[in-house]
Design a protein around this ligand. Structure first.
Ligand code: FES
Ligand SMILES: [Fe+2]
Length: 350
């Protein structure tokens, strides 16, 4: 008799922990410890005296209180309760009332591979080889020809709902009043064992070819619909997209648990077509980039509000009746669900 195969439900499917996830913006962790949760893992992030970021299990092994309630002392984090200290490797490095000849307790906590890259803190929660996997990164983050905006998504829903929302560009319908894109038609789908790439023909309202065209972000009357390719990619576990040459958007995922997902949406407006701008001195170009930072934040937050409202309803409907079947016309969604399940299964077999 063949073995019964366990097929996870995509709406409750766990994540493949052996990837780099984004847990915070670099600016969110300063001199105080910060608690984050990544797929049920309670984690404390702190900077040591050199500014290096560390990530430990957020649990003092003495009495199981949260280390994030403590403070940073040199290169260690000090528990608020009795003052025990733990270094970046998660080893107990100091106990203030250790008696003479008494040894430090052998009570290590888990430390996670963590790195700062392109404005975000990337963390590898799995037990696999973190060096064998490359974090996706944001090539435009430091690039002087791209203006960035960042918004946070706090979504009370499973991460599958969020990635399906981002991969199904037919939902432009929901955002009509924000004029983000229009008339998406699915053209091509390509898949590998770690990504799904989908190409749509679409229309964009914006054309960023003159310096004043940035003002289209603020004044709808200046926008004109024109055809542009719209590419969206599930680069497990994150999302990348481009609309023509002018816009790139990323979504960096931090799934919290089966019904909560945190993510960051990052929008870049390209200044590539202003060749004159590239000849200007670097400090001036940096000034332009910095001054326009977050120009599209309001737009992003508006889109997120509309998307999250839909996802909340999807999650509630699933909670009420998990067996209710969806009717799906977009072929990309089946590929996305398959990737979620394959990645999860891959981890189990690793
Ligand atoms: S509970 Fe942390 S030092 Fe006692
Ligand atoms: Fe959306």
């Amino acid at each position: 008799m063949g073995q019964l195969e366990y097929k996870p439900n995509v709406r409750t499917c766990a994540i493949n922990l052996n990837h780099w996830y984004v847990v915070a913006r670099t600016t969110e962790v300063r001199d105080q410890p910060v608690n984050v949760t990544l797929w049920h893992n309670d984690i404390v992030l702190y900077r040591d005296s050199q500014g290096k970021i560390n990530a430990l299990e957020d649990r003092c092994p003495h009495r199981q209180v949260k280390l994030s309630a403590g403070k940073v002392v040199n290169n260690a984090i000090e528990c608020a309760y009795h003052g025990w200290q733990f270094n970046g490797e998660g080893n107990c490095s100091f106990v203030p009332y250790l008696a003479e000849k008494q040894k430090l307790p052998n009570c290590n906590i888990k430390s996670y591979p963590v790195q700062e890259l392109d404005g975000f803190i990337w963390l590898f929660p799995g037990d696999g080889d973190s060096e064998a996997v490359t974090p996706m990164g944001l090539p435009e983050w430091e690039h002087l020809n791209y203006i960035g905006s960042v918004a946070t998504i706090d979504c009370p829903g499973h991460y599958s709902y969020l990635i399906e929302n981002l991969m199904d560009m037919h939902h432009g319908h929901l955002h009509d009043n924000y004029q983000a894109w229009a008339c998406a038609t699915l053209k091509e789908i390509e898949t590998t064992d770690s990504r799904v790439d989908v190409l749509y023909d679409a229309q964009s309202y914006y054309r960023i070819d003159k310096i004043w065209s940035i003002s289209q972000l603020f004044f709808p009357s200046l926008r004109r619909l024109h055809p542009e390719p719209l590419r969206v990619s599930y680069v497990y576990p994150h999302w990348a997209s481009s609309l023509g040459q002018d816009f790139k958007i990323y979504c960096l995922f931090c799934p919290v648990n089966e019904t909560t997902t945190k993510a960051y949406l990052i929008h870049f407006t390209s200044l590539e077509s202003f060749w004159r701008l590239h000849k200007l001195p670097v400090p001036f170009r940096r000034f332009v980039k910095n001054s326009l930072f977050n120009a599209a934040k309001g737009l992003l937050e508006g889109l997120i509000r509309q998307d999250v409202e839909m996802i909340i309803q999807e999650q509630q409907a699933f909670n009420t009746n998990p067996l209710q079947r969806n009717f799906e016309l977009n072929r990309a969604i089946a590929k996305v669900q398959q990737l979620i399940i394959n990645q999860f299964s891959q981890q189990i077999n690793q």
